[in-house]
Design a protein around this ligand. Structure first.
Ligand SMILES: Cc1cc2nc3c(=O)[nH]c(=O)nc-3n(C[C@H](O)[C@H](O)[C@H](O)COP(=O)(O)O)c2cc1C
Length: 248
């Protein structure tokens, strides 16, 4: 079980907590690697040989497909303390003294199945703890086509072939920090698999917007789970992953 903890940048301001992200490689999963089997069937040496009699050599070449699970969640982008009241903490779940957002719960389920590395997208500026203020702030960012600055660059994006991209539906699409994230890297040739949580709008225009931002990537069908159903969504997520046929 290996967990790599990378320190994040911190701003000069006292208000700003040191941000950190965890890339978890701690998923025990025998299905993390995909294996291809090349079967080479030797041609019969004698006329009377039949296919059934021919020697069969099976080469098992292990092809490693690296999977990244990048996601944005409000819980990782607000100050987490006891001031998070019932309203402000909407969609933020308290687990073992840790606040964990809906998208992280979904990301964990994806990681459990795929063995992928988790990466939580962090903005440099924290959002308000107050839910209503956050929705106002997010609306303003959307209206201004803002690109909120991020901390913690992902240095090894080239290592990954498949990227599960998790977003909470914010005003009908991906949060603006995810625009920043998707514009920061070259996703050419990669497969992006969106997944989202929401409170009624489903995937919204998120998938179309991701396609526009990453025209040279393959974007697979996404999965949307209502926020209140996220905790019990593991089975649905596992079934969805099977339909993607990424393990052959
Ligand atoms: C700024 C903001 C905007 C939102 N806009 C929508 C929306 O347009 N449609 C919707 O169904 N849910 C919307 N929601 C609800 C979130 O998508 C939902 O609570 C989600 O589960 C949050 O995931 P998280 O806990 O990982 O951040 C919004 C939430 C916030 C904070």
């Amino acid at each position: 079980m290996t967990t790599v903890l990378l320190s994040g940048c911190s701003s000069d301001s006292d208000e700003r907590e040191t941000r950190s992200r965890t890339i978890s490689e701690d998923v025990t999963n025998e299905n993390a690697d995909s294996t291809s089997e090349n079967q080479i069937i030797e041609a019969p040496q004698e006329e009377e040989s039949t296919l059934e009699e021919a020697d069969v050599i099976i080469n098992e070449d292990t092809v490693e497909t690296k999977i990244l699970i990048a996601y944005f969640t409000r819980a990782d982008n607000v100050k987490q303390d006891e001031n998070l009241d019932a309203v402000s903490s909407a969609s933020i779940n308290l687990e073992d003294s840790d606040y964990i957002g809906n998208m992280e719960i979904m990301a964990d389920y994806v990681a459990n199945r795929t063995g992928g590395d988790k990466f939580s997208i962090h903005t440099l500026e924290l959002y308000s703890q107050n839910y209503r203020s956050t929705t106002d702030q997010a609306k303003e960012e959307q209206n201004n086509d803002a690109r909120p600055e991020l901390v913690d660059n992902l240095e090894n994006i080239d290592d990954y072939d498949i990227i599960f991209l998790g977003y909470p539906n914010w005003w009908g699409t991906i949060p603006m920090p995810m625009y920043t994230f998707l514009e920061a890297y070259d996703f050419t040739g990669k497969t992006i698999i969106p997944f989202c949580s929401h409170e009624g709008s489903g995937l919204g225009s998120g998938v179309a917007d991701i396609k526009e931002l990453c025209p040279d990537a393959t974007i697979l069908d996404g999965l949307a789970i209502r926020g209140s159903k996220v905790k019990e969504s593991e089975g649905e997520i596992l079934e969805w992953i099977e339909t993607l046929e990424i393990f052959e």
